[in-house]
Design a binder for this molecule. Structure first.
Ligand code: SF4
Length: 219
């Protein structure tokens, strides 16, 4: 499933193909373009074979081409939606170039389209360069999963292939992205993390000058 909406309460959320989502007015629409990710988070649904095979967000046929993604959008009027979010069962910025092309094509038709990416914040390591200037004019919000109060815990949770440098790289990515994106948000999940650790994350975000969002456990 490439384009979808999320339905139901947090925790019991289901994914609905965009074609089955009815009136899109005021809704968030999600784009799922890759299964690739440099991490192997212990909590990620991708780690469960059953989930990957059975989940509708696993792109069984591989990554859709740019043309296929644009064809998927064609029947829908995006002028009425609340926000378009690049998300899904992999790290969206693995396909940075294609994601940028999709946004450029859509913004040519819908100049006021609000665009977000939910990311692991490791795009500069993935591409081995600072990609944040490419976010300018394309993304309104960059939401980064912080997950942990320090580098060691981050690595233990995410098992990032880039190793211990990943946490610092994520923070640097957030600061650099701020120059080009109106809203940069770091997220942690309540209950999964102790209050003390959330407080450390809050201080980190203050130092970085970005917003911390504490997501509900079931989110
Ligand atoms: S960064 Fe996201 S997609 Fe990648 S393994 Fe972790 S939770 Fe899964």
């Amino acid at each position: 499933m490439i384009l979808y909406t999320v339905t139901g309460k947090a925790g019991q959320a289901g994914y609905l193909n965009l074609a089955d989502s009815g009136d899109l007015t005021g809704k968030s629409v999600y784009v799922n373009m890759t299964n690739r990710c440099p991490c192997s988070c212990i909590f990620c649904l991708r780690q469960t074979k059953k989930m990957t095979e059975g989940n509708s967000l696993w792109l069984k046929g591989g990554e859709p081409s740019l043309e296929t993604v644009m064809e998927e959008f064609a029947p829908f009027d995006l002028s009425v939606i609340k926000e378009l979010t690049f998300c899904g069962f992999g790290e969206p910025l693995e396909r940075l170039e294609d994601v940028c092309k999709v946004i450029d094509l859509l913004k040519a038709k819908y100049p006021n389209l609000k665009v977000r990416v939910n990311t692991n914040g490791l795009a500069n390591l993935i591409h081995n360069r600072d990609i944040t200037p490419e976010l300018k004019g394309r993304f309104d919000t960059v939401s980064i999963s912080l997950n942990a109060p320090d580098a060691e815990e981050f690595l233990a949770l995410t098992r990032s292939k880039f190793g211990i440098q990943s946490y610092e790289a994520l923070k640097e990515f957030a600061v650099k992205a701020k120059r080009f994106v109106p809203s940069v948000v770091l997220t942690v999940v309540e209950k999964v993390m102790s209050e003390e650790k959330i407080e450390i994350c809050r201080k980190t975000c203050q130092e970085l000058g970005v917003t911390l969002r504490v997501r509900p456990f079931e989110d």
